[in-house]
Design a protein. Sequence first.
Length: 390
Amino acid sequence: YESSGAPDYYNIDDLLTEEHILIRQTLRDFVKREISPNIEQWAQDAHFPSEIVKKFGDVGAFGPTIPAEYGGGGLDYISYGIIMQEIERGDSGMRSTASVQGSLVMYPIYAYGSEEQRKKFLPKLASGEWLGCFGLTEPDHGSNPGGMTTNIKDMGDHYLLNGAKMWISNSPECQVAVVWAKNEEGRIKGLIVERGMEGFTTPEIHNKWSLRASCTGELVFDNVKVPKENLLPNVEGLRGPLGCLDSARYGIAWGAIGVAIDCYESARKYAMERIQFDKPIGAFQLTQKKLAEMLTEITKAQLLAWRLGTLKNEGKATTQQISMAKRNNVDMALHIAREARQIHGGMGITGEYPIMRHMMNLESVITYEGTHDIHLLITGADITGIPAFK
Ligand code: FAD
């Protein structure tokens, strides 16, 4: 069941096209070559490898679903999911860099931007010449982004932007930030803020124990003059940022499978090699239970992600369906990482194996782009018609 280097217990590969398989192999080779040999050191050193940005651009990891005329891949959503899966199999921080750029920066510029904005920004973001970030969360407004206080004032020929954003992936290295702010009527608008605009700074957040190879920071706006042509003209209200998050969360649902596969593969191999009581530890029932449950959960998550991808391709996937898949698959991966760590015994806490790094990374993934509990409440609201989080 493992012809392609990853578990495929239900022959889900039969549901993929030749192009999907080719894309997967290309990304798998890329990750093996460019990420896996270095990721442990980058994470230990809390180093963001800025040279990876151009390489991601070259391999087509940025904006795979954006049409080719703007530099994107023009691919379907299953391809996008597969790309996220393979990158996250390497590291969730690396996947964060790619999914922020594609889903949270390129997508809003493509979906809500003017033709001039698309032409100016998308090709450079697709190629990796520029790195982008997405500023929604604020120090006092995380799960409740609608409470944001970052604001713009119309000054006639430009907007004056004030406020601060917190926990922003890619911020310290970004050239471009898609920022959500309230106008004088209290309506949420999207703006493209560019590095070099006076009063715009991006202080880095240090000492993370999670996503250590991804750079995270603040966005600080102190009377930043943003030209009027940098306002995203075609969206207003929370549906702007939430529309981007739908796309990114969909990618996370696939990415989490990548982490789970990496932990499972490592645990399976270790279980067959590690001898205790004169037997491989894989011979003990309790180890087999762990491995069997891992494979079962990976298979269920693969089916969820694949079906969601077909719904996305048809334009039918709902926010609530995406919430369910993001929540389930990240939780599944975190659980597998913890079980895999146990199978590795003491070795499981070292950088010799990817497990502990994956586990710590997932502690961010389970919180960002909507926390585990908020996604549960989104499902609860869908079932009952009563939103319990408001
Ligand atoms: P809070 O909203 O304060 O939540 C704290 C706890 O309270 C959670 O368990 C939550 O589930 C619970 N809670 C809150 N409200 C309710 C409720 N109504 N009912 C029940 N429980 C509730 N944001 C961006 O905009 N751009 C980024 O690029 C980005 N990257 C990130 C990278 C990292 C490494 C991290 C850690 C975060 C990133 N975020 C980013 C922010 C992330 O999306 C937020 O951390 C997340 O939305 C949660 O917000 P919070 O941390 O303020 O937690």
